[in-house]
Design a protein around this ligand. Structure first.
Ligand SMILES: *[C@@H]1O[C@H](CO)[C@@H](O)[C@H](O)[C@H]1NC(C)=O
Length: 562
């Protein structure tokens, strides 16, 4: 029994540790706190937590979660080392306010966290880049001034107290809020804040004890450096080595949206921490939601399948008629050369060179048909519109929180696929239209077929629907579409406005090429429609002539007696 007791003690001890950590109860008397209203900000909180631990802090990290947060998110955060506390939302008393501000007054609940002597509150869109433990030395209330002498509630240090919280709650309905949210309310509640002294982090405990505790103190910009500050000068307007907390305040642009990383340089810091997120919850693949994983693979493969399906359909459709589909341009050229050598003469072959594109077409029966002049204009607008729609749809389809490279790849994949299908469909329609027009032009002539000049000698090559010119324009557009947005990175531009400017320049070049390409492609499709009809007509005629010829030969041979 004697030897059994220590073992029992150990068991109870280890059990109690496990119990404590699984409950996530308080371990230190000060804590970092953040809020999570929905799964959308989950990644933000995870990265924030990782960044705090990376600075070597072992203080409690508490996340207050509302009802909208999934169990998956709660488990993941707990596995990351967060203490998860469920709270109910505080209703926003303001009638006039942005819709997304419904629950923002919930932030005031951090003033009621009386389990802790002091808390450092950080928004989910902040990241700690250097140890900020000195913030716990702050007096009763510390925040940062921003935007025309107003305090920003993204980073705050406070002393929770039930009396303070109740006082706030009693004033919530009467004090005005310039934003219609919690930040406006806090500005009214701490009315004298712009006149507060700046928090001095290097004060010794003796100096701290010697002075009266100030009601409020201002934090230096280093503790709440918003990215807007970087944008203006394209560098941190404070000493970058001293930077403590970066706040990604870019309106609707959040660091977890994949495209921000391609526009805003400081998002790289955030993405670097995100890449290091561990698989803290076993079986989730680096904390990835299994559903997200599946969705990503699905999105990656679907366009390929769609394109393959389209090619297969075209193949089936064209097999009987042309006997071939989508020959490579090389193959076409070789065949072209072969015919040229064999026939030793000029050939009815539409070359890539756009200068040879005629706006009129001579039908075999002598009917002249002109391409409608408005076809070019219509095609240009259709092409540009289709491009915008494809890009818009692709951006809607691609999940926002994928990594920057995945996002970029998926967006290109989907834009190209949707563009290929939509614009390809349009060109097909134009070519059908050409056929109808050829038919009409021919039937309006009284005696078709009589002016058949040299159809027997000419090797009319049926044009496949993927000829050299289509490849040239398609690849040209694809190349420019890739090159245009990468201009800023080629030039090493880091400023947002320079990046955007260069992208616009690239976009203009792309748009001009598309104007040019779409016009020619449409005219070619139209002519192809005319020709296809023509060739089909000529082939029937040829067959007729050949049959006639054979019959004549046969009878001639019989006469001679062979
Ligand atoms: C504030 O905290 C106290 C004690 O921790 C708790 O009883 C009370 O419900 C809290 N108030 C709100 C509105 O959450």
């Amino acid at each position: 029994m004697k030897s059994f007791t220590p073992f029992l003690c150990l068991l109870v001890f280890s059990l109690s540790i496990q119990f404590e950590s699984s409950l996530g109860s308080k371990r230190t008397d000060v804590a970092y706190v953040t809020l999570l209203y929905g799964d959308e900000f989950l990644l933000g909180v995870r990265v924030l937590g990782k960044s705090i631990r990376d600075t070597g802090s072992n203080k409690d990290m508490v996340v207050l979660v509302s009802d909208g947060v999934s169990d998956f998110a709660n488990n993941l955060l707990q596995a990351d080392g967060w203490i998860v506390e469920k709270i109910s939302l505080l209703e926003n008393p303001n009638q006039v306010r942005p819709k997304r501000f419904w629950g923002v007054y919930t932030k005031l609940k951090i003033f009621n966290m009386t389990d802790y002597k002091k808390v450092v509150y950080l928004d989910a869109d902040t990241i700690v880049v250097k140890n900020v433990e000195e913030l716990f030395k702050c007096g009763k209330f510390c925040a940062n001034l921003k935007h025309s002498e107003r305090l920003n509630s993204g980073v705050m240090v406070l002393e929770p107290s039930e009396a303070l919280f109740n006082d706030m709650m009693s004033k919530v309905k009467t004090l005005p809020s310039y934003t219609g949210g919690d930040q406006g309310f806090l500005n009214s509640y701490y009315a004298g804040f712009p006149n507060a002294h700046v928090f001095e982090p290097n004060m010794t405990p003796e100096m701290l004890n010697a002075r009266p505790v100030p009601e409020m103190e201002r934090l230096s910009t280093l503790y709440n450096a918003d990215v807007g500050l970087y944008m203006l000068a394209n560098k941190w307007m404070v000493d970058e080595k001293e930077l403590r907390v970066i706040h990604y305040t870019l309106g609707p642009l959040k660091p977890w949206d994949w495209w921000t990383s391609w526009l805003v340089k400081p998002v790289d810091v955030w993405q670097n921490v995100r890449e290091q997120l561990e698989e803290s919850l076993p079986g989730t693949g680096g904390g990835q939601n299994p559903n997200d994983d599946f969705l990503l693979k699905f999105l990656l493969l679907l366009p390929f399948c769609a394109i393959l399906f389209c090619c297969y359909r075209s193949f089936l459709k064209n097999q009987g008629y042309f006997g071939s589909f989508c020959r490579s341009s090389l193959c076409d050229h070789i065949r072209h050369l072969y015919y040229r050598i064999k026939s030793g003469g000029p050939l009815a072959y539409a070359s890539i060179s756009t200068s040879t594109i005629n706006s009129s077409h001579q039908l075999s029966n002598g009917a002249q048909y002109k391409v409608p002049t408005y076809l070019g204009g219509i095609s240009v607008s259709v092409c540009l519109m289709v491009a915008l729609v494809s890009l818009g749809l692709a951006l809607l389809i691609v999940p926002r929180q994928v990594t920057p490279w995945t996002g970029l790849f998926l967006t290109y994949e989907w834009t190209f696929t949707i563009f290929f299908i939509l614009f390809g469909g349009y060109l097909h329609l134009i070519s059908e239209w050409g056929k109808i027009m050829a038919h009409r032009a021919a039937s309006s002539l009284a005696h078709p077929g009589s002016s058949d000049d040299d159809s027997g000698k000419r090797h009319q090559r049926p044009m496949s629907s993927c000829d050299a010119a289509t490849w040239f324009y398609g690849l040209g557009m694809a190349f420019l579409a890739v090159a245009a947005p990468s201009l800023p990175y080629l030039f090493g531009a880091t400023a947002l406005f320079l990046r955007l400017g260069l992208m616009v320049v690239g976009g203009i070049i792309l748009a001009s090429f598309m104007t040019y390409a779409s016009e020619h492609l449409a005219i070619r499709s139209f002519l192809r429609g005319l020709e296809e009809w023509d060739i089909a007509k000529r082939l029937t005629m040829q067959r007729f002539t050949t049959e006639h010829h054979t019959r004549w030969k046969k009878s001639a041979g019989e006469t001679i007696g062979i």
